[in-house]
Design a protein around this ligand. Structure first.
Ligand SMILES: NC(=O)c1ccc[n+]([C@@H]2O[C@H](COP(=O)([O-])OP(=O)(O)OC[C@H]3O[C@@H](n4cnc5c(N)ncnc54)[C@H](O)[C@@H]3O)[C@@H](O)[C@H]2O)c1
Length: 391
């Protein structure tokens, strides 16, 4: 089998997990990484055991040994980096949020489709076997008649005002922080599992910590290393939000996000209530799916190849009781991305769970509606999304 050459631009926190996932595939070579300077790229290349390092992402894009490029730069770099990759006709796997706003994301989606290349956005929670099990139970009617979709995505790593990175800088992270950073994952998961589309939203957003203290250089996510003299920086983006949702079917929903909530590490929960039964999946206990019933005892389905079916079975790699985790789910999405690319990356051949730039664009439309709702004082706001092929 012909091996694929991979390059990565933006070697920070999540890049290590992209590289780990790609190494696990076995038929892809990690050719090079590009960082914000030649020195930082070389340092990261040594750390990740990668041979080539570029201080300019355009040089990596031009490397003839690279066919697939991963983008893990800060949000404000996504548009220029991804558009340059697409202009070179290379396949792209970009982290979320796809762009700073729907206008950028729409241009990226349409450019990717026009280029005829593979385009993936890493909404990695779709890669969990029991997320796919829940999705199948809804799609096949076991959870027919969804009437309520709710949950949360809560973290605590920004509780300390001394945590300051590009994420809290609206020019680099975007106008939104918690909603764009982690709310985007929750909304994608809610739509993917329920099969419904968020039609309108009513959002209330808060900046619990309006002044943070920067040590100058931008620290990596979850890093506590950013020590030294600090200067106060005013933060305008939200670190807490609550949102009411209306789905296209008439179903209702709600969710909360926050990054300043002590004790909540990476606490994602999605619950779907239908007229038949309820389903609840929580990331921190990701090998269990709770099934709620009105007329029978409630149940707990374990991630076990003998119990799950469909895409969930394809995403299950270990016997029951052998815990699979965040990195395994991430790898499932990356594996599907490369399989799609190997098959020619036609939309009709896309593995069903694989998130593309259309999902990334849609996510920016949903988050944009939430910001508009909140800034208007908390009013219902429709999601404006342009389907593929419509003008
Ligand atoms: N899918 C997920 O669960 C997940 C998790 C974390 C982060 N993310 C996303 O991944 C992206 C990166 O986040 P992170 O937490 O890894 O950030 P990070 O700050 O840890 O890493 C970003 C890296 O990009 C580098 N960079 C900056 N400008 C560059 C340039 N011009 N050329 C090349 N490299 C450049 C930085 O030096 C840094 O090494 C963000 O968009 C974020 O939303 C996704």
């Amino acid at each position: 089998m012909k091996r694929i050459g991979m390059g990565l631009i933006g070697p920070g926190f999540v890049a290590a997990h992209h590289i780990d996932a790609v190494r696990r595939l076995g038929d892809v070579d990690i050719v090079a990484i590009a960082g914000s300077s030649q020195a930082s790229a070389e340092r990261k290349a040594r750390e990740y055991k990668v041979d080539r390092a570029y201080g300019d992402f355009n040089a990596l894009i031009a490397d003839p040994d690279i066919q697939v490029i991963h983008n893990t730069t800060p949000n404000y770099m996504h548009f220029p980096v991804v558009m340059a990759i697409l202009a070179a006709g290379k396949h792209v796997i970009s982290d979320k949020p796809l762009a700073l706003n729907p206008e950028q994301a729409l241009a990226m989606r349409d450019a990717a489709i026009a280029a005829g290349v593979g385009h993936v956005v890493t909404f990695n929670y779709r890669g969990n076997p029991l997320v796919q099990q829940a999705r199948e139970m809804v799609a096949q009617g076991a959870a027919r008649g969804v009437n309520f979709v709710h949950g949360y995505y809560l973290q605590d790593w920004m509780t300390d005002p001394n945590v300051y990175s590009w994420r809290s800088d609206a020019a680099k992270g975007g106008a939104t922080s918690a909603l764009g950073d982690i709310g985007s994952h929750w909304c994608d998961l809610a739509e993917h599992v329920s099969g419904l589309k968020i039609d309108s939203v009513l959002a209330d957003i808060t900046t619990v910590i309006p002044v943070r203290y920067s040590a100058g250089a931008s620290a990596e996510a979850f890093s506590k290393e950013n020590k030294g003299e600090r200067t106060p920086v005013k933060v305008t983006s939200e670190d807490l939000a609550s949102v009411l949702l209306r789905f296209d079917s008439g179903a209702k929903g709600s969710f909360s996000v926050g990054q300043v909530l002590p004790g909540h590490k990476n606490d994602v929960e999605l619950e779907i209530n239908s007229s038949k039964l309820s389903l609840k999946w929580r990331q921190e206990q990701q090998n269990e799916l709770w099934i709620g019933r009105h007329d029978q005892p409630n149940g707990l389905m374990m991630k076990d190849p003998g119990l799950v079916s469909g895409e969930a079975l394809r995403y299950t790699h270990l016997p029951g009781g052998h815990q699979e985790s965040w990195a395994d789910a991430f790898t499932n999405i990356i594996r599907d991305g490369y399989a799609w690319i190997r098959n020619g990356a036609a939309m009709k051949d896309k593995p069903a769970p694989l998130p593309t730039f259309d999902d990334g664009y849609r996510s920016t439309c949903i988050i944009d509606a939430m910001l508009k709702s909140a800034h208007a004082g908390g009013v219902w706001q429709r999601v404006h999304y342009m389907p593929v092929g419509k003008k």
